[in-house]
Ligand binder design. Structure first.
Ligand SMILES: C[S@@+](CC[C@H](N)C(=O)[O-])C[C@H]1O[C@@H](n2cnc3c(N)ncnc32)[C@H](O)[C@@H]1O
Length: 272
């Protein structure tokens, strides 16, 4: 595979200042979602993107899903990515004039109402405060045509009846380790948020939260990518400390953390 020459997000920042996902990216990790690439493939299979689809991806990060989505040759593809460097990086994957990456905010894309048949976003909602989560769901709903499909792949708290003080403790520990506000919801809460925005849940799959476990690393990055990542981590003390701190929190709360993939349909609502 050709090396991507675009600068990586976080370039020039000290590892101790960077959000966790960019520390991982700087070390060579490309798959930055909690359920790994397998849950992503299940999401794409369930979305069943075809030649007639107009696809919007929220927050592609380093584009680990983009290429597979584009292989399905949708009629158009637009990604909305907040980070300018990440947006530039993902632009290098585009192959056709019907595809674009816009540097912007998924809560307010500026795209026309009813212009998409598929919207999806991975590992981008958990890091938003509650009001912004709701705005992003509303924006996905607004963008979709009737019967459009919306998929999310996010961190999930478990079980559904987890008490509020444990939730607060986990939010605090994750945010501290990742250096970004991280507020995952329970499966029930994710479903309710989608339903409140007007969606009907069509599919739900869970996976273990094994982002930094050796087996998942191998699955997500391949042998070469996993070895490169480990080699970089061994050589970079500050990044290693950040990554070990994140892994420590994932381990400490492993019985309460999972990945969730939900596909929802716009079967009713105001802009039908
Ligand atoms: C943890 S990374 C996940 C990247 C990618 N989706 C993946 O799963 O590998 C989070 C991404 O969300 C982007 N992001 C966060 N908030 C956003 C927003 N409101 N609009 C667009 N992108 C956003 C970040 O810039 C980053 O690329």
């Amino acid at each position: 595979m050709m090396k991507n020459q675009a600068a990586l997000p976080g370039e020039g920042l000290k590892p101790e200042k960077m959000p966790g996902h960019w520390v991982l990216a700087q070390m060579g990790k490309r798959v930055l979602r909690p359920g790994g690439i397998e849950l992503t493939w299940q999401m794409l299979d369930t979305l069943a993107i075809g030649h007639d689809d107009h696809v919007v991806e929220f927050a592609p990060g380093l584009g680990a899903t983009v290429r597979r989505a584009l292989q399905r040759a949708p009629a158009s593809y637009i990604a909305i990515e907040r980070d300018e460097q990440a947006a530039k990086y993902v632009r290098t994957f585009l192959t056709h004039s019907s595809q674009q990456v816009v540097c912007g905010n998924a809560a307010e894309t500026g795209l026309p109402t009813g212009s998409a048949t598929v919207v999806y976003g991975e590992a981008m909602l958990s890091m938003q405060p509650p009001q912004v989560k709701a705005r992003i769901f509303d924006e996905a709903f607004r963008l979709l045509k009737p019967n459009g499909r919306y998929a999310i792949h996010e961190l999930c708290l478990t079980p559904d009846h987890l008490d509020e003080s444990t939730k607060a403790e986990i939010h605090h520990a994750l945010s501290d380790a990742i250096h970004a506000g991280v507020r995952p919801l329970t499966a029930q809460e994710w479903r309710t948020k989608l339903e409140t925005a007007g969606f009907t849940i069509a599919a739900e799959v869970h996976a273990p939260m094994h982002l930094l476990e050796p087996r998942r690393l191998l699955q997500d990055e391949g042998l070469g990518g996993a070895l490169r990542f480990l080699w970089n981590v061994i050589r970079n003390k500050e990044s290693r400390e950040r990554i070990l701190a994140m892994r420590g929190v994932f381990h400490k709360y492993e019985s309460h953390l999972a990945a969730i993939m939900l596909v929802a349909h716009k079967t009713g609502g105001a802009n039908e």
